[in-house]
Design a protein around this ligand. Sequence first.
Ligand SMILES: Cc1ncc(COP(=O)(O)O)c(C=O)c1O
Length: 454
Amino acid sequence: MAGYDSAPYQLDPREWPSMVCEPPGPRSRELHGRCTTYFKGLSSQVKLFPVAFESGRGCTLTDVDGNRYIDFSSGIYVTTLGHCHPRVTEAVQRYAARLMNCHDFTTEIKTRLVEKLAEILPGDLSGFQFYDCGTAAVEAGLRVCRAATGRHEFVSCFYDFHGKTYGAVSLAQMRSPVYGPARAPGFHMVPRPDPYRPHWTRPDGMIDTDRYIEFYEEYLDRGTAHQVSAFVLEPIQGWGGSVMPPDDFFPKLKDLCEKHGILLMADEVLTGMGRTGKWLALEHWDVTPDVVTLGKGLGNGFPVTAVAVRAPYTESFERISASSSYGGNPMACAAALAVVETIEEEGLLAHALELESLFTRRMAAWKERYRIVGDVRCKGCLMGVELVRDKSTKEPFPEAGTLVYRKAFRNGLAWIPAGHILRMSPSIVMPEEVADRAMTLIEEAIAETERELL
Ligand SMILES: Cc1ncc(COP(=O)(O)O)c(C=O)c1O
């Protein structure tokens, strides 16, 4: 493994996974029953496998029955450096004992964090504000775009996800009645290019990015009030199924935005901070967003998120009442700074790209080998595998997704449940040996599922 010394806090990879009973085991069931008497509103992930976890270390998890799992979801795309990285733990502990909160007054740790972020992020991203969840960062990002442009409309994309408050859901699919009767006024949605399921193709059958851009141009003219402040989108769709855009999409979208004086706001809550082997996923296409949101991996589990803006827009923060109760608290800043320094010092961006080669090689073979594997995609440690009933019709196969998920989980892979798209986000500290074993667990589950369902 060139350049990466398997972090000393990793346990012996040969001991993982190790299952002592069928999950959820008796202690998990007992604890889960007690907890859910009062704790309501569980995700489908928990409903499918109501396991109670006891501890996490590096890229592994242990449940209360003693089952040991390889963690292939990182919480929910959160613990990019694995669980309880000693540097992050020590940083939070230090500030928990020194200074927990002083609203948005200056602290040394916040000063060092903003200086560091300005250094590592591309281009002139150099104005920051901090929050405690991704959704709050998205909402602040929208306000800053409005303040910077003096316009109020937004264009976002089908199947993207940005959070669950009113502005954030107005950027995505509205589920009435719980999110209200309609999206907020001035929010528009357009399709985005998915190379596996394109709306428009060229004569050679490849996705036609230009046609998407032409459509956006027409939509800006015909479908909006010519008051669009920003295009808001995920560089790679996380919840949408790790859908990667064609390589020419973001450069062309950025040109379109510049032509119309529209800001490009990238929601990198899921894709940022090393998950794809770069600080920002947009760096894969050499595009710098005007506004970008960061979260999840930024604190590696400690709740800290951020909005960053390019130099020309930094003063817009002054007009949005930007501060919040927890944003930028010393513990949060210490966690985020420890994350950035660890990624740099341990060469983890490079390691994420080494893991990408391994994952890509394994998944490419699945596409050849299995009739139900329609498409595979990977950037760094963000992956998706699309399962279909029939490769020619590309009909989604959600029953296969659920079965593959269950089988691999039973064998010791803690990961994200699928509709028809298997979604994986392992930690970027994962040793290659463990990554390879995890891919074998998934492949075995796919092979068994195909035998059972076809
Ligand atoms: C791209 C993106 N934006 C925003 C959010 C919301 O983040 P949070 O759950 O921290 O509010 C998420 C959460 O999954 C996300 O994936």
